[in-house]
Design a protein around this ligand. Structure first.
Ligand code: GLA
Length: 332
């Protein structure tokens, strides 16, 4: 098998950080060889989200999540838990009373606690860290938090509660706040304000997840460096949680490219090399770098933000072969 001849990504970074991939029940079959050769950590792409684990109150569905946990266990991989409290992919029942109106805060917290206790408790032996709260901070404007069904019912209190419940459920788990546009200076400073206020109140939070949904053009290396430094200065661990590098700027809605141009391929390799140089430099603070996918045969970016537009954001191509970017990252 060709893959044997190339260095194993996770071995190259064994002294730096773990190398992870988001997976689902299809990709652990389709991309099994790549996964087991190059990665030593996985994250469930969707299978541990609220709507998947508890679609109706008290009716937990663990089959798919369990399958991914078994895969990690059988292959000696770490697993990140993703995600407990989020404004997306959370079923309506969580926020509604039996007449369809909003529940009161106490009921919402009781439901949140029951969910977190059950899920974190179940995977205690296999999952050592959780993205406890995902994407609570507002992108632009003055508001610190994004308006959501969580904030409408519970204000900002839901964030501290989520971390407290997760800590009670597994006192050994490392608990993360995870967000995108994490390197944007305005949002970065809001994330810092939020996390600092949690720390000041003694809330059990141990790390920040930098999603790292980046592109050929954005963000600048300098903004990423500043973000890493400022987050690390809080004394927290950093995980790169959902890395991919789109070939398009976010506002670019072109959809006529069958494959990346040579210029794009070169820029892609150069960007990845620079990102990993930066990660190496800050290895004292970074515990893991997880890609949001395994290879270009399957990536959410082929459907977002433009439906059915192919994108090529990962280190392995659609034929599961290492791209030039891979070689630049491993530096051989
Ligand atoms: C966010 C979430 C992930 C995933 C991606 C898109 O970043 O945290 O779970 O849904 O969006 O795939």
């Amino acid at each position: 098998m060709e893959n044997k001849a190339i260095p194993r990504l996770h071995e190259v970074f064994a002294d730096h950080f773990r190398i992870g991939a988001a997976v689902n029940p299809r990709t652990i079959v389709q991309s099994k060889d790549l996964l087991t050769v190059h990665f030593n950590s996985i994250t469930a792409e969707n299978e541990m989200k609220f709507e998947r684990l508890q679609p109706a109150e008290g009716e937990f569905m663990f089959e798919e999540a369990d399958r991914l946990v078994r895969f990690a266990r059988e292959n000696g991989m770490h697993m990140r838990g993703h995600t407990l409290v989020w404004h997306n992919q959370t079923p309506d029942w969580v926020f509604e009373d039996k007449h369809g109106g909003p529940v009161d805060k106490e009921t919402l917290f009781a439901r949140m606690k029951a969910h977190i206790e059950t899920v974190v408790g179940r995977y205690k032996a296999d999952i050592d860290c959780w993205d406890v709260v995902n994407e609570a901070v507002a992108d632009g404007g003055d508001a610190l938090l994004r308006e959501s069904r969580w904030t409408k019912i519970a204000g900002d209190e839901f964030i501290a509660k989520a971390f407290e419940y997760a800590h009670e459920a597994d006192p050994d788990a490392k608990l993360f706040y995870n967000d995108y546009n994490e390197s944007d200076p305005v949002k970065r400073d809001k994330i810092i304000r939020l996390v600092q206020s949690l720390l000041n109140r003694g809330v059990p939070i141990h790390g920040i997840g930098l999603q790292a949904h980046w592109s050929l053009y954005h963000p600048s290396l300098d903004d990423i460096r500043q973000a890493i430094e400022k987050y690390a200065a809080l004394g927290l661990r950093l995980h790169i949680t959902e890395m991919d590098v789109s070939h398009y700027a976010f506002d670019d809605r072109r959809a006529d490219l069958a494959e990346p141009t040579p210029e794009m391929q070169e820029r892609f390799a150069e960007r990845y090399e620079q990102f990993f140089d930066l990660f190496r430099e800050y290895k004292a603070h970074i515990d893991s770098v997880t890609f949001w996918g395994v290879d270009d045969s399957y990536t959410w970016l082929s459907h977002f933000p433009v439906r059915s537009r192919k994108n090529w954001p990962l280190l392995f191509d659609a034929n599961q072969q290492p791209k030039e970017a891979f070689w630049r990252v491993v530096k051989s």
